[in-house]
Design a protein around this ligand. Sequence first.
Ligand SMILES: NC(=O)c1ccc[n+]([C@@H]2O[C@H](COP(=O)([O-])OP(=O)(O)OC[C@H]3O[C@@H](n4cnc5c(N)ncnc54)[C@H](O)[C@@H]3O)[C@@H](O)[C@H]2O)c1
Length: 306
Amino acid sequence: MLKPALPGDVRLATVVGAGLMGRRIAGIIARGGADVVLHDTNAELLEGAVAVASQMASESPTAGTVSSSTSLAEAIEGSDFITEAIIEDLGAKQQLIAAISELTERAIIATNTSVLPITSIAAFATAPDRVVGTHWWNPPDLIPIVEVVRGQRTSTEVIDRTVALLEHLGKLAVRVERDVPGFVGNRLQHALWREAIALVADGVCDAETADLVCRNTMGLRLAQMGPIETADYVGLDLTRAIHEAVLPSLSTDTFANPILTTLIERGDLGAKSGQGFLTWPEGRREKAAAELAAHVSTQLHARSQH
Ligand SMILES: NC(=O)c1ccc[n+]([C@@H]2O[C@H](COP(=O)([O-])OP(=O)(O)OC[C@H]3O[C@@H](n4cnc5c(N)ncnc54)[C@H](O)[C@@H]3O)[C@@H](O)[C@H]2O)c1
């Protein structure tokens, strides 16, 4: 007997790109009850990806199955919801979307790009109305939000079904109604990074101080009260006065800060090379990842107790 479809009318899902994000997204969808097929051009990593996704799915008694295929056509045959999570390269994503849309006449095609325009990716699809942005955050099983981004031609039905599926999967699905670079989350995030990097580059403070101030002021508050609510909370008259005093001197650079190029040309790429703005001795990156995951889990746990 055919098992009932999940909200969004999804029984079978496909995840193309079984890397860091794809394998965990597959695990979340399977845990929610749909059967999932993973596909990747690198066949060697499929076994490990299926193991990770299956392990996540095993946390639910009503989980769907996780399998893999080295053939794109086989992986998406009969699929209702296809998510691509391949490398962040516009040309590669456009080619993939073109290939996928040749092979399916009805599936929703979701793209997990972080910053690329959904409309440009969808332009290569035979049916751009079925292409939607789903920006998961890393790690996708921990961070609640998925930004559901409307491309210029995405249909409202596709948005609604995608939101319904994601909510069933336990995600906080938010609608981004215009396809702007970086959507909502990365625009907010990189407005802050631009200013932090400018402060360091201009010698206002050192790198440690910029992070220390952020973590011990707004960082403590932001998970509870966002910038819009905070503006209301302190008063819009005060907010306007602060903006009039401070906005004229904030960085408005429309290019990456030259200090990044200086560091990169020195080979200082950050944690992966051992030196960036900060020094990263052996083991610091792993320790930071573990501490970050523990911190996020603790916050989410505390929030669930309220
Ligand atoms: N890593 C993050 O923090 C993060 C967060 C949010 C969104 N994203 C987005 O998710 C996507 C994937 O990121 P990731 O970190 O998982 O990358 P990753 O490099 O870990 O995985 C990408 C996978 O795609 C495969 N691949 C490449 N081209 C392919 C193709 N044409 N067909 C099938 N498979 C192909 C690669 O073999 C690789 O396994 C990117 O668009 C990225 O911007 C990443």
